[in-house]
Ligand binder design. Structure first.
Ligand SMILES: Nc1ncnc2c1ncn2[C@@H]1O[C@H](COP(=O)(O)OP(=O)(O)O)[C@@H](O)[C@H]1O
Ligand SMILES: [Mg+2]
Length: 343
C-alpha cells in the first residue's frame, strides 16, 4: 500500500505515546489498543497522527483541513462521555467527506442499541434472545410472554458493565432489584433478555460488500465452580487473576455440533448485512445444548489490540496484525459513502 496520511481518532485520555519506555503495566493497559494501532501503522511506513477527542468537533475539523488525511482511523467509543454519540462523530466525518475506518453511522446506530438491533433482527427472522426494555423511572412489570430466567444488563453500555452472576434472575422480585441496580449504578435504561444457557462464541468479520469471516472463537470456562453460569461478566472480562482462577481459555471453537458452523456463518453474515454494518465487527453469540444459535450482540469497531480475540482469530488463519490493519485501512478508503455517489 502507498504511504498514507492517517489521522487516528482516539479518546482524549488515551492518546498513546510513541514509545513504551517508562510506563507502568497499568498505564500501558489503558491505551494498549491505541498504541498497537498507531505504532504498527507507523511501522508500516504511514504518516500517522493521533488526535485526542472528547467533546470538541472543532479539533477534528482543524486536523482534517490541515493534515488532509487519506483516512481517519476511528477508535472513538464516545463523545461528550456518551457511548452512543460515536455514531454522530462518524456522521460528521461523512459530512466533511472524510473517509474513515470501521462502521458507518447507520450501522453504528442500529447495532449499538441492544433493543433496536433485535427488532430489526426479528423482522428478518435472525435468532436473538427475546427481550423487554425497562426505562429509568418506570415501574418494572414483566410482560407475560417473557419467561424467566432473564439476564438483565444496560441497554446501551458495553464491556459487560454491570454484568455479574447476579444479572441472571429467576423471579420477578430479583428482576426488579437488578433493573433498579442498573438504573442506579450505570445510569441507563435496562434490558432483560431471555437467558441463553450454553457456549460463548465470538466471530470476527470484515467487509463492506463482500464479507470475510474469521474463525469461530470460543471463551471456555474450564474451572468454574459447580452451578456458576458460564457468562462473560465484568470480572471475567477485566480481572486477570479471576480469569486464571476460573480457568478462562479462548481459542478456536472445536467440536461444534453437526451443522452448527454453517448456521453460525449464515447468521453472522445476515445480521451484518441487515444491520447495515461496514468495516469490521465482532459478533457475540451463544450456542445452546440443542445446537440453537442466538446472536447476543453485534459489535461494530471491536477492540483491536494485538492480543484481543479479533486480532488473535485473524492470526490463527495467517492474517498478521499489520495485514489486518492494512485491510481495515483499505476498506476505509474504499467504502462508498453516499457523498461519493454525487456527481
Ligand atoms: N441473553 C443472554 N443470554 C446469555 N448470556 C448473555 C445474554 N446477554 C448477555 N450475556 C452474557 O453477557 C456478556 C455480555 O453481554 P453483551 O450483550 O455482549 O454486552 P456487552 O456489550 O457488555 O459485551 C455476553 O458475552 C454473555 O456472556
Ligand atoms: Mg458483548
Amino acid at each position: 500500500m502507498r504511504r498514507r496520511r492517517i489521522l487516528v481518532l482516539v479518546h482524549e485520555d488515551l492518546v498513546p505515546p510513541e514509545f513504551l519506555d517508562g510506563y507502568t503495566e497499568k498505564e500501558i493497559q489503558s491505551w494498549k489498543t491505541e498504541f498497537d494501532v498507531t505504532s504498527n501503522l507507523r511501522k508500516m511506513g504511514h504518516d500517522v497522527r493521533a488526535l485526542g477527542v472528547s467533546s470538541d468537533l472543532g479539533t477534528i475539523r482543524e486536523a482534517i483541513l490541515e493534515f488532509k488525511p487519506h483516512v481517519a482511523f476511528n477508535m472513538l467509543e464516545e463523545f461528550h462521555g456518551v457511548a452512543l454519540y460515536d455514531q454522530h462523530v462518524v456522521s460528521y466525518l461523512e459530512l466533511m467527506r472524510q473517509p474513515y475506518t470501521g462502521c458507518n453511522p447507520r450501522g453504528l446506530t442500529l447495532a449499538h442499541d441492544k433493543a433496536l438491533s433485535k427488532k430489526v433482527l426479528a423482522y428478518h427472522r435472525i435468532r436473538a434472545p427475546r427481550f423487554q426494555v425497562f426505562e429509568m423511572g418506570r415501574k418494572v412489570r414483566r410482560r407475560s410472554d417473557l419467561a424467566l430466567p432473564l439476564l438483565v444488563k444496560s441497554l446501551t453500555e458495553d464491556a459487560s458493565l454491570g454484568i455479574s452472576q447476579k444479572s441472571i434472575v429467576a423471579s420477578d422480585e430479583k428482576l426488579r432489584e437488578r433493573v433498579e441496580f442498573i438504573h442506579a449504578s450505570i445510569g441507563t435504561d435496562a434490558i432483560a433478555e431471555q437467558y441463553i444457557e450454553g457456549r460463548e462464541l465470538y466471530v470476527g468479520m470484515m467487509g463492506n460488500r463482500r464479507l470475510q469471516l474469521l474463525p469461530i472463537w470460543e471463551m471456555r470456562f474450564t474451572n468454574l465452580p459447580e452451578g456458576a453460569p458460564a457468562i462473560a461478566t465484568e470480572k471475567v472480562k477485566w480481572d486477570e487473576k479471576y480469569q486464571d482462577q476460573i480457568g478462562i481459555k479462548t481459542g478456536p471453537a472445536t467440536d461444534l455440533p453437526d451443522g452448527a458452523e454453517a448456521r453460525i456463518v449464515k447468521l453472522c453474515k445476515r445480521a451484518y448485512r441487515q444491520l447495515g454494518m461496514s468495516g469490521y465487527a465482532r459478533m457475540d453469540l451463544r450456542l445452546n445444548d440443542d445446537g440453537g444459535v442466538f446472536l447476543i450482540e453485534a459489535n461494530p469497531n471491536p477492540q483491536l489490540a494485538c492480543d484481543e480475540e479479533f486480532a488473535e482469530s485473524a492470526a490463527h488463519v495467517g492474517i498478521s496484525y499489520e495485514d489486518l490493519l492494512h485491510r481495515i485501512v483499505g476498506m476505509g478508503i474504499r467504502y462508498r459513502a453516499q457523498w461519493r455517489e454525487v456527481r
